[in-house]
Design a protein. Structure first.
Length: 242
């Protein structure tokens, strides 16, 4: 293979492999080979009856249900109440909004290091114990972690005292687990490293190769040498025959 072909194949392979390996390595550093991303220890509190994450929308593209079923992505929330028993639940947004309507709540607006930034929604109404409602698609009570497999739709994640009383103060962690994601990222990382190694080999081989010299006309033959059989024989002298 010529020098030009080696460089023409090797340089794109090298660049693609470098970008793919670097990006997948970065993703793998966050999720790990098991496909799990865990938050640092968090602290959140509210004088209201609930802390709500209300922006969980998973229906923005076609075939979302099939995609999430294949990914099997699971949200895990492990929180502990500073005082009393804790309730954690996931409900359709419309039903959770109806349940908490008129009550003071705190809505999560941003995840910050070691905490959550919230926006208070005032209210003067009370709510009953959340465990008595049948609106929850996943819930946990008494300090047990919540585990919920993501599904398309518009959801609210609600954290409350188990008796529905005001004054919620919690600490803990949240994580998302997608085993298929870890496998896919690992395979893409290996492919990227393979492209990187192959491209590097082509580039090194191409830069070391020397171009062939151009072929010209053959050099002219050397002139005949004088002396031994190389010149013209002179004619005989007249006195050579007596």
């Amino acid at each position: 293979m010529s020098r030009g072909w080696k460089l023409g194949i090797g340089i794109p392979m090298l660049l693609i492999g470098l970008v793919l390996a670097a990006s997948m390595g970065l993703v793998l550093s966050f999720f790990g080979p098991g496909g799990r991303l865990r938050s640092p220890e968090l602290r959140a509190s509210s004088d209201g009856v609930a802390i709500v994450a209300d922006d969980i929308k998973l229906d923005g593209f076609p075939d979302a249900r099939e995609t999430f079923t294949q990914l099997q992505a699971t949200v895990e929330v492990d929180l502990t109440s500073v005082e009393g028993d804790l309730f954690i639940g996931v409900a359709p947004a419309a039903e959770a909004r109806s349940y908490l309507e008129g009550a003071p709540i705190a809505i999560v607006t941003e995840l910050v290091p070691f905490g959550l930034r919230t926006r208070d929604v005032p209210g003067d109404g009370g709510v009953g114990a959340p465990g008595s409602r049948d609106i929850w698609v996943a819930s946990s009570e008494g300090g047990r972690p919540l585990s919920w497999t993501l599904l398309p739709g518009d959801w609210w994640l609600v954290v409350m005292n188990a008796d529905g009383s005001a004054g919620v103060d919690v600490t803990g962690t949240a994580s998302i687990h997608a085993p298929v994601l870890g496998t896919v990222v690992l395979v893409l990382l290996i492919v990227g490293l393979g492209l990187l190694a192959g491209g590097l080999g082509f580039v090194i081989s191409g830069t070391r190769a020397t171009p062939r010299a151009k072929r010209g006309a053959p050099p002219p033959p050397p002139p005949p040498a004088a002396g031994l059989g190389g010149g013209v024989t002179p004619p005989p002298r007249p006195d050579a025959f007596g």
